[in-house]
Design a protein around this ligand. Structure first.
Ligand SMILES: [Zn+2]
Length: 462
C-alpha cells in the first residue's frame, strides 16, 4: 500500500508547513564555551565562540539570542504570565516576584563581537537582539564571540539550584543561545516557562567547578581519566580546588548539564552499542529503583528504535534533577523520588522526546502537540509493553483528557502559540492528550500497522 503511505505523508506534510519535495534548509551553529561555576554563590561566567552559518536564502542583518535565566526575576514577563493566567500553572511552586537578589536568575552578555568587530545589542529580558556589523549572506558563516555571566535561580521550573530532592545544579537553557531562523523567520520568542526550539550544531564545552561535584551532560566526555567519577576506572586527578570537565556533543540543538557532589554514576549497555548513563543521589530510598530502571531504559530505547527509527547518538543520560521531567539533547533531567512505575513512565516519555523533539525537532512553540502528543502516544505504547500492562486500549486516558477539554468550552485551536493559551489546562491537554489522540484516530482510520509505517516514513523523510 505504498500509495496510501504517500498520501498520509502528504497529509502529514500539511501539518509541517513544509512539503517533502521542497528544498529544505536549516541554519547551523558551532559553539565553543569555557565556563566556570562558583558552587557557593551559584554564579558562573564564561566565554563563547559561535560559528554561525546562514543556510537560508535570505540576507541576515540581525541575529537574536535567548537569555533564558532572565525570566527568573521579579516582575518578568514570565512572573506576570504565571500570575495572570486564567488558571494556576501548578508546575510553578515558587512565586517569582518573591525572589531575593541572590535567589533570582540572570544571564548577561558583554564584549559581543562579529569577526572581531564590536556589535550593538539590545536586551529585552530573555531576548538579546544584535545588529550585525556585516550582513550575513546566504551560504556564509560568521564568528560571533562574547563573554557571559549568570546566576542560577532557585529551582522554579526545569533549571535551577538546590532542587527539592537536593540536586545542587540543574543547568538547562543556561547559556546565550542563538535563536532559530527558519521558514517562519526568527523564532525569538520570550521565555514564559513553556517550550524550546533551537539550531542544530556542534557543542564543545568545558565546565570548571568544585572537584567534589560529579557532572552529567549532553555530549561525550573528552577527559575521562582526568575526571574519574565513573567516566573511567581511574579515580580522577583532581587533588584540590576545581576540576575541569570537557564534553563534545555533535549535531544537537541544545546542551544541558547537571551536577551534584552526591551523585552515583552508573553505566549500562544499551542497544546498538549506545552507552546509557545514570546519575542519581546516594539516597538509600531510591537506589534500588534507579538500578532497576537501567535495563528498562535499554528496553525502551529498543522499542523506539523499532517503532520510529534508529537512535543516532552513542550515548543517552538519565539524571536526577530539574522538576518533574524534561527532555534535553542526549539526556533528560527527572525527579528521582518516585515509585518504580512512575520512574519508568517519566523516563519513557523523556527518552521518546529524543525522536520527536531532538531529531525531528518540531517547533514546540507553534506545533507543541506534534512533539508532546506524539511523544505521549509512543511512550504510552512502550510502557504498556515493557511493564506488561497489556491494556486493551493503552491511550484511553489521552482520550478521556481530550473529552474533558472538548466539553469544558475552553478548547483553543490546535495551532495556538504555546505561550498564549488562555488556560494552562487547555494548553496541557491540547499538547499532550489531543496530540496523542491525533495518532490514535489516525491508527483507528488506517489501521495500526499502517500507522507504524507512517511514523517510520515521517522519521525517515524528515
Ligand atoms: Zn514531554
Amino acid at each position: 500500500m505504498k500509495n496510501l503511505t504517500s498520501l498520509l505523508c502528504g497529509l502529514l506534510a500539511l501539518f509541517f508547513n513544509v512539503s517533502f519535495g521542497q528544498t529544505y534548509w536549516q541554519q547551523a551553529v558551532k559553539y565553543k564555551m569555557n565556563v566556570e561555576m562558583d558552587v557557593e554563590t551559584f554564579q558562573y561566567s564564561g566565554d563563547q565562540e559561535l560559528v554561525y552559518t546562514n543556510n537560508s536564502p535570505d540576507v541576515l542583518k540581525r541575529v537574536f539570542y535567548h537569555l533564558y535565566f532572565n525570566a527568573f526575576q521579579p516582575g518578568s514577563e514570565m512572573a506576570v504570565r504565571v500570575k495572570t493566567g486564567k488558571d494556576k500553572n501548578t508546575r510553578f511552586k515558587i512565586e517569582i516576584d518573591s525572589l531575593k537578589t541572590d535567589e533570582k536568575g540572570f544571564l548577561l552578555v558583554s564584549n559581543l563581537k562579529q569577526d572581531g568587530v564590536f556589535l550593538k545589542s539590545k536586551m529585552s529580558e530573555t531576548i538579546l537582539e544584535v545588529d550585525l556589523a556585516n550582513p550575513l549572506l546566504p551560504g556564509e558563516s560568521t564568528v560571533l564571540t562574547l563573554n557571559f555571566n549568570g546566576q542560577v535561580p532557585l529551582l522554579i521550573r526545569r533549571s535551577g539550584r538546590n532542587s527539592k530532592e537536593g540536586v545542587a545544579l540543574s543547568m538547562a537553557q543556561w547559556y546565550p543561545k542563538m535563536a532559530e531562523y527558519d521558514y517562519d523567520g526568527w523564532n525569538a520568542e520570550p521565555y514564559l516557562g513553556r517550550e524550546f526550539h533551537g539550531v542544530w550544531g556542534d557543542f564543545d564545552v568545558t565546565l570548571k567547578l568544585d572537584k567534589k561535584y560529579v557532572v552529567a551532560a549532553s555530549g561525550y566526555i573528552q577527559n575521562p581519566k582526568k575526571v574519574g567519577h565513573g567516566y573511567s576506572d581511574k579515580k580522577g586527578k583532581a587533588k584540590k580546588g576545581k576540576l575541569t570537565w570537557h564534553f563534545v556533543a555533535p549535531n544537537v540543538h541544545d546542551f544541558t548539564w547537571s551536577a551534584d557532589p552526591d551523585y552515583i554514576h552508573d553505566i549500562y549497555a544499551g542497544p546498538n552499542n549506545v552507552v546509557l548513563h545514570f546519575f542519581y543521589k546516594n539516597n538509600p530510598k531510591i537506589i534500588d529503583g534507579w538500578k532497576r530502571l537501567q535495563p528498562k531504559t535499554a528496553e525502551l530505547m529498543s522499542f523506539y528504535n523499532q517503532a520510529v527509527g534508529e537512535y543516532p547518538y552513542n550515548q543517552y543520560t538519565v539524571a536526577q534533577g530539574g522538576d518533574g521531567g524534561m527532555e534535553y539533547a542526549m539526556m533528560t533531567l527527572i525527579t528521582g523520588e518516585r515509585t518504580f512505575g512512575s520512574l519508568v513512565g517519566v523516563t519513557a516519555h523523556e527518552l521518546a522526546h529524543s525522536w520527536f523533539q531532538h531529531i525531528l525537532a518540531t517547533n514546540e512553540m507553534k506545533h507543541e502537540w506534534m512533539d508532546e502528543g506524539f511523544t505521549t502516544y509512543i511512550s504510552t505504547m512502550a510502557v504498556d509493553k515493557i511493564l506488561e500492562k497489556q491494556k486493551t486500549f493503552p491511550i484511553e486516558s489521552s482520550y478521556r483528557g481530550y473529552l474533558y477539554l472538548a466539553q469544558s468550552g475552553l478548547e483553543q485551536p490546535q495551532q495556538t502559540n504555546a505561550n498564549r493559551y488562555e488556560h494552562n489546562m487547555a494548553y496541557e491537554i491540547t499538547a499532550y492528550n489531543k496530540g496523542a489522540v491525533f495518532l490514535g484516530q489516525l491508527g483507528y482510520i488506517i489501521g495500526a500497522d499502517k500507522l507504524t509505517t507512517t511514523l517510520k516514513e515521517y522519521y525517515n523523510e524528515f
